[in-house]
Structures are given as C-alpha cells and as structure tokens.
Design a protein around this ligand. Sequence first.
Ligand code: URA
Length: 434
Amino acid sequence: MRMIELISRKRDGYEHTTEELDYLVRGITDGSIPDYQLAAWCMAVYFQGMTPREARHLARKMAASGDQIDLSSIPGVKIDKHSTGGVGDKTSLVVAPMVAAAGVPVCKMSGRGLGHTGGTIDKLEAIPGYRTELPIAEFFQQVRTVGIGIVGQSGNLVPADQQLYALRDVTGTVESIPLIATSIMSKKLASGADGFVLDVKVGNGAFLNTQQEAERLAELMVAIGKRAGRQPVAVLSSMEQPLGRAIGNALEVREAIATLAGEGPADLKELSLVLGAQMLILAGAAADEETARRKLEAILTSGQALRFFEKWMEAQGGDPSITSHPERLPTATLVRKVLSNAGGYVSGWDTEALGLTAMRLGAGRERKNDPIDHGVGLIIEKKIGDRVVAGEAIAQVYARSEEQAVRAAQAIRSALRLSPLPPTPAPLILGYII
Ligand code: URA
C-alpha cells in the first residue's frame, strides 16, 4: 500500500477500506508517512469528508495508537466531560467538583488551550501548587479516596492525534467535521470513561459556526462513542459570546470559584447545571434532568460544591485558600478599563477576536510549546442584550504593559457589535444529541 494511493482515493471521493485506515494510523504513529503527504490527505478529507464507518474505524484505531487508560479499579460509573473548544469556557472547574460532590467520581484528563480557545490544564496551572502531572497510580488513588482528579493528558495518549493535530493546525484543516470528531473521540475512548458529556460549541467563537455543522459533528461523535460501547450525550451550546465574563487563566479560576459560591455569571451557572445534570443521569445518580438539576442546585447553594473544590485542591497540591483569598492567584497589576466610543445595545461580540486578544496578551499560545502568562486576560463587562452608553466601560484588560493594554482595548472595541434596538435574546442551549 502506498500513501499516494490513499491521497488520490480520498481526493476522488472514495471511501477508505479498514486496511487503508490501519495503514494510515500506523504510518502517522511511527512517522513513516511524511508530513507533506499527511497534509495533502487532511486537505482531501477537508473537502471530501468521511463516511461514518470510516470515522468510527479511524477513531478506534487512533485511540489504540498509544496508552489506553483502564479505569476499572475505580468503583462506580466514570463519566467524562469534554468541550469542543470555546472562549472563557471554564465549566470543567465548576462541573467537576459539583458532580463529584453528588457522588459521581470525576477522573479527567484535560488538554491545553491552542489558538483562540482556552484549555482546562492551563487554568488549573494558574493555581499555586496544583499538580497537573501525577503518576497514574497516585491519580487513581486520589480519585478513589477523594472522588475527584484532573490531570494533563499522558504523553503517550493517542500519539496519532498529537501528530495529526499539530499538522492540521498549520495546514488550515482543523475545521473538518470528521477530523474534529475522530481527534476528540480517539482521546475520549483512550482515556477510559464509561460515558461522556460532549459540549459542542456553536458560533463565532467555536471551530464550527453554524448549528447545522455542529449537529453533524455531535451526531458523528455520539455514533463513534456508541459503536465503541460507551454512553455519549452531546449538548449543543452557544459560543456567540464568551461564556461568563472572564477570559484568561487566573481570571477564569476566580470566576469559577465565584460560581461555586453562587455568585457567578448566569450563563456559566446554567451551562454547568445542564452539563452536570447529563453527567449525573449517565452515571445513574439521577433518574431525569429535573431531579439531577435539583440535586446540583442544592449542592451549589449549600456550599458543598465549593467545599469539594477545596478538598480537591488539598488533594492535588493546589492552594485551597484561594476560595477565600482569590488575590493569591497570579494577577497582572496593570488593569485598564475599555470605554465604548458609541452607545446602543450589544447585539454581538466577535468572540474569536476576543479569544485572540487574550492570547496575544499572553493568556494563550499560538504554537504548542509557547509559554503562557496566567495573570493576564480580559473581563467582558457587557453581554449580548446589555445597554451601553458612550463612554461607559465595556471591558477591563489585565496586561503587563501599557502598550499591550492599548492594543487589546482597540481590538475589544472593534469586536463589539452595537444596535440601536435591543436584540432578540438567543438561547444558550441549542439542543441535545443522544
Ligand atoms: N479539539 C480537539 O481535541 N481536536 C480537534 O480537532 C478540535 C478540538
């Protein structure tokens, strides 16, 4: 078999055989397929797509390309949560302790941010002392005794995806439904959970901008998960504006803590309850959505979720006192208000531009190994539907230099869409695929 044949067949719209896909994954993993041929194949997939059969087989083969985690030594049904990538999305920091406090073990391997989107591990590393790398036995022991653990992905988890994703990132082929679905689901299958709640983001801050595309992605991911004998559920949620108000690692940890204390932004709380409820249902800890929500709301309002967050921090080396002393989180001291030069109602935000602005301040990385600054970021003061008066603050910038702050303020002003009339409110939750 030769790679040139696979490229030509995909270019001409043929379906790959299982032998071809096996050859492909082997060649990606052992490095025998050169990057230029792999890039050409990714572009062919971008234009021609894949059949569900191809995507299912590719995801399973990729999952088997490296370590596969066996969670069977941890009692109970293990449910993972995954977001397809958004701006200001710190739901894992809220959902994980909330669900764990309800008795469902949370045993999660998370990723880092790339480009305009953030990643849970970068946010957790903003917490002084938090250990994102634990030996696997210690990690399992922590989940068994405390009920919660979140670590970075092991170095050898789905090496085929590590190669492919790095290449897609520089060849304009990230935004391909089958490539996103196989990338995400291969990692979910390899990390061993019994079920997954997939938060599929839709909108101008997500990889996919339309509901139709996001539904196709969700359907494909759910089909891959079911075929592999797991229990997947996808929730489609809006990414037409940042989730909550904070963008940037330590700022987002602060906002997650505020939400656990019952004082967070409404959209972050709502999405956390929706995703958490699905996790409880999949784990068999609640019979239906209403029961699950009631349980989680009680956990939030009683302070149990916040206490659980502290317990988790203690177990994993993080400073638990940040819940009462958030100033102990790293924070840039140069804080500038961004004033609007016009008035009206916020009809939208260019969410990707806001994510890129935070990234350029140092909150994210353009390339995989770029260092990040946990203390910088943005607070978006106005959400869609809010009224803005000319001269009023629409955001705050946390920066390291005046020059950076001025550049960020300009980008934020350009990302704001104002209309003379209040816009019709759009829903946060756009649907479920089960
Ligand atoms: N997240 C992933 O892990 N892979 C993709 O392709 C896109 C988002």
